[in-house]
Design a protein around this ligand. Structure first.
Ligand SMILES: Cc1cc2nc3c(=O)[nH]c(=O)nc-3n(C[C@H](O)[C@H](O)[C@H](O)COP(=O)(O)O)c2cc1C
Length: 317
């Protein structure tokens, strides 16, 4: 038991990150049923769809689960009221100022975590009164920090900057990764990419199959002028790289991105024109697995690696 497992009432300190077009009720409930904390990704859902997913998730698990809400969501007020109405107990906010909605959620008895990519923003979370902070490094899939701080450097810095319960994200997808994050001062991890590729993820089968073939270096942090995003190589990624290398303006990039590209890539499986989001850690995975298999593998690998480290003290003769 540590502060993260007791805060969320879960068995293992493994949180499945909310992910647009991947984390519906099937994925979130499977993670919660396997002893982690599943999160619905509100970022790609209309309010009515979110309500339906919350209800289906409540029916599919009696374990705690939560909802991730990117704070730039257009109907943010409607979403926040809906979460309270539907009795959601845990909310992970991201991409915005935690001071905006944390007081409202806390007044309604919701446990709140917020995602940051720097120590400065972690301190803001403390001021805002959140219950836990997710520190997400440069390796992560999806939208990312501008500073390019890696998880290995970010976690000890955030650990020093705040006393909040700390969840590490970005590049963690194995038991050894979990152990490393804990060694750096985290009390839990948020895993995105590995769960996006599982059988329960709602991403398109072609997107998942492609994700399971990626090599090191096949993802890149682009679109820094708009909103830094880690993209997987492909035609769209190449078009963005070319535009950026000739110094494209924010307007040109916005036009190139257009609307609905992430849906096209992740949910509809258009590997040519779609926006494909996955983290660097994807290159470690080759097999299509269920959530239960991933959780078991992570926990067993963590235990075996911990035991091996325990017997290799640097102070031994
Ligand atoms: C396909 C995809 C979509 C994502 N969508 C969101 C999102 O809607 N909101 C959010 O806060 N984070 C989002 N993320 C980030 C994850 O929640 C998580 O923090 C991140 O993936 C962790 O790093 P990893 O990819 O190395 O596991 C997304 C990540 C991926 C791969």
């Amino acid at each position: 038991m540590n502060r993260i497992t007791s805060l969320f009432q879960i068995k293992y300190p493994i949180i499945q990150g909310g992910m647009v077009w991947c984390s519906g009720w099937r994925l979130a409930s499977a993670v919660s049923n396997a002893g982690g904390l599943g999160l619905l990704g509100a970022g790609s859902m209309h309010p009515d769809t979110l309500r339906e997913h919350i209800r289906k998730c409540q029916a599919a698990t009696d374990k705690p689960f939560g909802v991730n809400v990117p704070l730039m969501y257009p109907q943010i007020k409607e979403i926040m009221h809906l979460l309270v109405e539907e009795g959601v107990k845990v909310v992970f906010t991201s991409a915005g100022n935690p001071k905006l909605w944390t007081p409202f959620l806390k007044e309604h008895g919701v446990t709140v975590a917020h995602v940051v990519s720097s120590s400065r923003f972690a301190r803001k979370c403390e001021e805002a009164g959140v219950d836990a902070v997710v520190a997400e490094g440069f390796e992560a899939g999806g939208h990312n920090g501008r500073e390019e701080t890696t998880t290995f450097c970010l976690i000890p810095a955030v650990r020093r900057a705040t006393s909040l319960p700390l969840i590490a994200a970005g590049g963690v997808g194995t038991g050894r990764g979990l152990l490393a994050a804990m060694a750096l001062g985290a009390e839990g991890v948020q895993v995105g990419t590995r769960f996006a590729l599982t059988q329960e993820s709602s991403a398109h089968p072609d997107f998942k199959a492609y994700g399971l073939t990626l090599e090191e270096g096949d993802t890149k942090l682009l679109l820094k002028k708009l909103s830094p995003t880690r993209l997987v190589k492909g035609a769209f990624c190449q078009a963005v790289e070319e535009a950026e290398s000739r110094g494209a303006s924010v307007e040109e990039l916005r036009e190139l991105l257009g609307r609905g590209r992430a849906k096209k890539g992740i949910f509809e499986g258009d590997l040519e024109d779609g926006e494909l989001e996955l983290g660097q850690v994807a290159s470690l995975f080759r097999q299509s697995q269920t959530v239960a298999e991933v959780m078991r593998e992570m926990v067993e690998e963590y235990d075996a690696a911990l035991a091996a480290l325990k017997s290799s003290s640097l102070l031994d003769e």
